[in-house]
Write a protein that binds this ligand. Structure first.
Ligand SMILES: [Zn+2]
Length: 248
């Protein structure tokens, strides 16, 4: 089984004690590529270092809505030109925690959409409790390659996103009780989704409460397989191919 991890934060201190060992285990499990996602200045630099050091790691660079108030356009532009960068993000709107003021979140998101278009890079979108505004800001500039990471909308919103040709990606949240994503997973076309862990966060069942790592992708694959009634191998293959098309 060839597996693509489309969103992780392996530069975080949670992995300082066993990063190399973990990546060895990932390789053994068939995890061939990992997108390590920067969220602020420090983690963008760390992502670039990781991508330089490990063949299997590529970098995405962006300012998370939580960190929008520290946005540095020149720093992002310079970082985005590094040869190992395959996407802008994660960026977007987080109206759940509101760690940066909403008007700043919007302005910083719009500017990163523009940068992604100018540099012809795909965009990784973080949308929490801000579906309509995320969609509107994206539509204003209409980038071609967008993924709604850790998709959390309903079927109707998924239809809207998919109608633009934009992708959605699933995390361990699809394994949680009472999540509302089952219909989205069931109906998403085979060529429009991929998978991610968002490690160290969002650990899937049955490992909830522990640190998340790409090793848990299997539980996300199994859940999609169960809902879509296709084999786990097929889920991994579709997700791998879709992510390859999107990022490379
Ligand atoms: Zn993330």
């Amino acid at each position: 089984m060839k597996i693509f991890e489309s969103h992780a934060h392996l530069n975080f201190e949670h992995f300082d004690k066993d990063r190399e060992e973990l990546l060895q285990k990932c390789k053994k499990l068939g995890i061939e590529r990992i997108i390590n996602v920067g969220v602020d200045k420090k983690s963008i630099s760390c992502s670039l270092q990781l991508a330089e050091k490990f063949d299997m790691i590529y970098a995405a660079v962006g300012f998370h809505p939580h960190d929008a108030k520290e946005y540095d356009r020149e720093f992002l532009l310079t970082s985005a030109k590094n040869k190992n960068v395959v996407a802008i993000g994660e960026c977007g709107l987080d109206y759940y925690r509101n760690l940066s003021p909403r008007d700043i979140q919007r302005r910083v998101f719009s500017d990163q959409i523009k940068i992604a278009i100018d540099l012809k890079l795909p965009l990784i979108v973080h949308d929490r409790d801000a579906h309509d505004e995320c969609f509107e800001l994206l539509e204003e500039q209409n980038p071609a390659s967008v993924v709604f990471h850790c998709f959390s909308g309903d079927e109707l919103f998924a239809e809207k996103v998919l109608s633009k040709g934009w992708k959605i990606s699933f995390t361990g949240t699809i394994t949680y009780k009472n999540n509302l994503l089952e219909n989205v997973v069931r109906t998403v076309p085979d060529d429009m989704f991929f998978i991610e862990t968002d490690s160290p966060y969002l650990t899937p069942v049955p490992n909830r409460g522990k640190r998340n790592s790409p090793l848990n992708l299997r539980y996300i694959i199994e859940k999609i397989s169960e809902i879509k009634r296709i084999s786990p191998n097929k889920v991994a293959e579709l997700s791998y191919n879709n992510a390859m098309d999107f990022f490379f």
